[in-house]
Design a protein around this ligand. Structure first.
Ligand SMILES: C[S@@+](CC[C@H](N)C(=O)[O-])C[C@H]1O[C@@H](n2cnc3c(N)ncnc32)[C@H](O)[C@@H]1O
Length: 228
């Protein structure tokens, strides 16, 4: 198939999911990626507590809220402002910033069943740089799991593929019973993005993401009135 043909198919698919999102009242096309992932991997269920990293404009949070229902909890985090969504709490902040992490720990107040990350860096256009930034964001999602994911919990991350990808998968395999790489139909076929679905969290792991180890000089996260 030619590049031109692939691009044409990708554009039609984008358009299709864009229209479908509008019709079904979802805030983004990305909602369908999570719907398809959840349908296949049963990521969320009624009553679950879910953290949605990179939540703006809220498409994944909408899907998460539908899955967990009234008894569940959804907390979204993003750099950008997110319009309020019934039954979902949002934190506007950078997950790589300690203050955001502290606010998240305080809001969660315990452990969660699922961590989702659709975080994506601002695309610089330099492929290796975009890939490295995507992996870095994924490692922050892993760090969130190390702090607040329940044993047996699940993690879904979006990753731009590249030479650091296998190392990232190895980090996940240290922590989860099962790690699966998947590309939902709603993802563009030409895109380098894939989703990694990890299940069966083995519990807090002593192996910290390499990138974070260098920053060990920072004090431990200590939220007011609580010990973690
Ligand atoms: C593809 S969008 C997410 C779409 C969302 N899942 C939805 O369905 O509406 C990626 C988001 O990641 C966010 N993001 C990137 N880096 C981040 C960071 N360090 N902390 C928090 N959010 C971040 C961006 O602001 C952007 O809104």
């Amino acid at each position: 198939m030619s590049d031109l043909h692939d691009r044409w198919v990708a554009e039609r698919r984008r358009e299709y999911y864009y229209r479908l999102a509008k019709k079904e009242g979802y805030r983004s096309r990305a909602s369908f990626k999570l719907l398809q992932i959840d349908e296949r991997f049963n990521v969320m269920k009624e009553g679950d507590s879910v953290v949605d990293l990179g939540a703006c404009p809220g498409g994944w949070s909408q899907v998460a809220k539908e899955c967990v229902g009234e008894t569940g909890q959804v907390i979204g985090v993003d750099l950008r402002y997110i319009h309020p969504l019934d039954g979902v709490q949002f934190i506007i902040g950078d997950i790589t910033d300690d203050n955001t992490m502290i606010r998240l720990l305080e809001m969660v107040g315990g452990k969660v069943d699922v961590v989702l990350s659709d975080m994506a860096p601002n695309i610089a256009g330099a492929y290796s740089m975009d890939h490295a930034r995507s992996i870095e964001l994924c490692m922050y999602a892993v760090d969130v799991c190390d702090r607040i994911l329940k044993r047996k919990g699940k993690l879904v991350t979006k990753v731009f593929q590249g030479d650091l990808f296998n190392g990232y998968i190895k980090e996940l395999e240290k922590r989860f019973e099962k790690v699966t790489v998947h590309s939902p139909d709603a993802s563009r076929p030409t895109s380098s993005e894939v989703y990694v679905i990890s299940s069966g969290f083995l519990g807090t792991c002593n192996v910290k993401p390499k990138k974070l180890e260098k920053e060990e000089v920072k004090p431990e996260f200590v939220a007011k009135g609580r010990n973690f």
